[in-house]
Write a protein that binds this ligand. Structure first.
Ligand code: CUA
Length: 173
C-alpha cells in the first residue's frame, strides 16, 4: 500500500516537473519588457506559493491521522518476559493469544543479545535489543496463530546460533 502511494506520488511530481520544463523551454524565446517579465514572475511565485500551501496543508493534516504509533495507553492482554542468556532464551509465558495486544519485556542476563521473532514463513515480525540492565518493551499484536521462532540477532559468543526458542500464538477465542 505505502509503496503504491510512493509510486503514485513520484509519478505525479515527475509529470509536474516535466510540464514545468516544457513550459520553460516553450517560453525561452519570448521577448518582453523587464517590467512585464518581473510582474509575470511575481504572479507565478504567488500562484505557486498558494498552490503549495493548498497542496501541503491538507496532505500533512491527513498524514497526521495515519501516525504509525499507538498512543501506548492501551492495556496489554498478556505481558511476556523475555531474557537472553548465553545461550538460551527464557520466555514466559511462551504462549499468547492472536488478535490481542502483547507486551514483551526484553532484557539480557549477561551480554547483549538480539531478540527476534519470526512468523511461520520465517519473516521477522518484531525485534528488540536484549541488554543487561535495561528492559526494552515491544508492544505487538500477533494476527496469525502458529508457532513463531525466536532467534538471537546479535553475535553473543560461541553458542549464538543455538539461541532458538518458540512463541506459540493461539487462535483468538
Ligand atoms: Cu544471543 Cu546471539
Amino acid at each position: 500500500m505505502e509503496q503504491r502511494i510512493a509510486v503514485l506520488v513520484t509519478a505525479v511530481v515527475g509529470s509536474l516537473l516535466i510540464a514545468l520544463f516544457a513550459a520553460v523551454a516553450r517560453s525561452a524565446g519570448t521577448a518582453g519588457s523587464a517590467d512585464s517579465i518581473a510582474a509575470a514572475a511575481a504572479r507565478w511565485r504567488r500562484t505557486t506559493l498558494w498552490g503549495l500551501v493548498l497542496l501541503f496543508v491538507p496532505t500533512i493534516g491527513y498524514s497526521l491521522t495515519k501516525m504509525p504509533y499507538s498512543s501506548g495507553d492501551e492495556a496489554a492482554a498478556v505481558v511476556v518476559s523475555a531474557t537472553g542468556h548465553q545461550w538460551a532464551w527464557e520466555v514466559t509465558p511462551a504462549s499468547v493469544p492472536a488478535g490481542r495486544l502483547v507486551e514483551i519485556r526484553v532484557t539480557g542476563a549477561d551480554v547483549n543479545h538480539g531478540f527476534g521473532v519470526y512468523d511461520t514463513h520465517d519473516r521477522l515480525v518484531t525485534q528488540a535489543q536484549a541488554m543487561p540492565g535495561f528492559t526494552n518493551v515491544i508492544r505487538y499484536t500477533f494476527r496469525t496463530p502458529g508457532t513463531y521462532r525466536i532467534l538471537c540477532l546479535e553475535y553473543c559468543g560461541l553458542g549464538h546460533h543455538t539461541m532458538s526458542s518458540q512463541l506459540v500464538v493461539t487462535a483468538a477465542k
